[in-house]
Write a protein that binds this ligand. Structure first.
Ligand code: RIB
Length: 313
């Protein structure tokens, strides 16, 4: 059983030719809303990955936005533990998606900020607790402590990037970050390779996602790479969340890290081909099909990625 504890936001998404620079206004196209929030997106990805019983602890206001978020999570098969916060609005996110599929996001946390230590649910044997950083940091730390006490593996997607203290990192079994989050966490010595940065993070296992290049993992002193699956991206919103959810679901099913990285990468690639965060998360049959069609990863692409990460050939 997987417990995702984290945020849920209604995403207000405008497509535009490009993401505006500071102080700039760009004219976009239509406005659409999609269910989102890093926590809720990851819970949907876990549930759609198949086989993993997925629970989510989340805080919502008492408004129409909350209804849309609950419906999306329930439809995906996520079992909900809702903290209702009538005095706060449900979390919202303002997303600009550029024609090249990149995005820029601003989050108004609202009810997500009310998630607190006392809300941690009493569940049976939870194999993995999956968290992000869109809820208060002291709550994330409290949940990590409670999970550790119950021998639950703590997985932290350290997004959006924040400074994390050593006590919190000491409670994390698996950390998932993107390249800029890794650099800020590893102290960013100019010129240091991905492998050196992974080495500097004091967590037993760390995975860094590298966008269209793929991903790299350090488990203890062993390194693994997985190239990205090439796709025509239309919207990268939620692709990282899809990666996290599918990775944890695969580990929960007893798969090794290499297998989990491959499934997560295929699912994240598929997510980039569709609009919206949760609407973009693929079903496990689609991931199976992509893996079957792609066949084994070529030694050449492995070599290119190992070189990029600063790993020996
Ligand atoms: O990671 C994508 C998500 O970040 C969006 O769904 C948005 O809600 C923000 O939480």
């Amino acid at each position: 059983m997987i417990l995702v504890a984290g945020s849920a936001n209604l995403d207000f998404v405008v497509r535009a030719a490009r993401v505006p620079a500071a102080g700039e206004t760009v004219l976009g196209h239509t406005l659409r809303t999609y269910p989102g929030g890093k926590g809720a997106n990851q819970a949907v990805a876990c549930a759609r990955a198949g086989g993993a019983s997925t629970h989510m602890l989340l805080a919502l206001g008492q408004d129409a936005y909350a209804l849309a978020l609950e419906a999306s999570l329930r439809e995906a098969g996520v079992q909900l533990h809702i903290v209702r916060v009538p005095e706060l609005a449900t979390g919202t996110a303002f997303v600009c998606v550029a024609d090249n599929a990149d995005n820029a996001i601003t989050v108004a946390p609202g009810a997500n900020d009310a998630l607190a230590a006392q809300h941690f649910p009493t569940l049976g044997a939870v194999s993995h607790l999956l968290m992000q950083l869109e809820t208060p940091l002291q709550t994330v730390a409290a949940y990590a402590r409670m999970a550790r006490a119950q021998a639950t593996r703590v997985v932290l997607n350290a997004a959006p990037a924040q400074v994390l203290d050593a006590q919190l990192l000491a409670l994390v079994d698996l950390l998932i970050v993107n390249q800029s989050e890794l650099t800020s966490m590893a102290g960013g010595t100019p010129g240091s390779s991905i492998a050196e940065q992974l080495d500097r993070v004091a967590v037993p296992a760390v995975v860094v996602t590298l966008g269209p290049r793929g991903c790299c993992a350090r488990i203890g002193s062993e390194y693994l790479v997985q190239s990205a699956f090439p796709v025509s991206a239309v919207d990268t919103t939620g692709a990282g969340d899809t990666f996290c959810g599918v990775l944890v679901a695969a580990l929960d099913q007893g798969n090794d890290m290499a297998h989990a990285l491959r499934r997560a990468s295929a699912a994240a690639a598929l997510a980039c081909t569709r609009a919206g965060a949760q609407t973009g998360v693929p079903e496990h049959q689609e991931v199976n099909q992509m893996l079957q069609d792609a066949g084994a990863e070529s030694p050449q692409s492995q070599a290119v990625l190992r070189r990029y990460c600063g790993l020996p050939q």
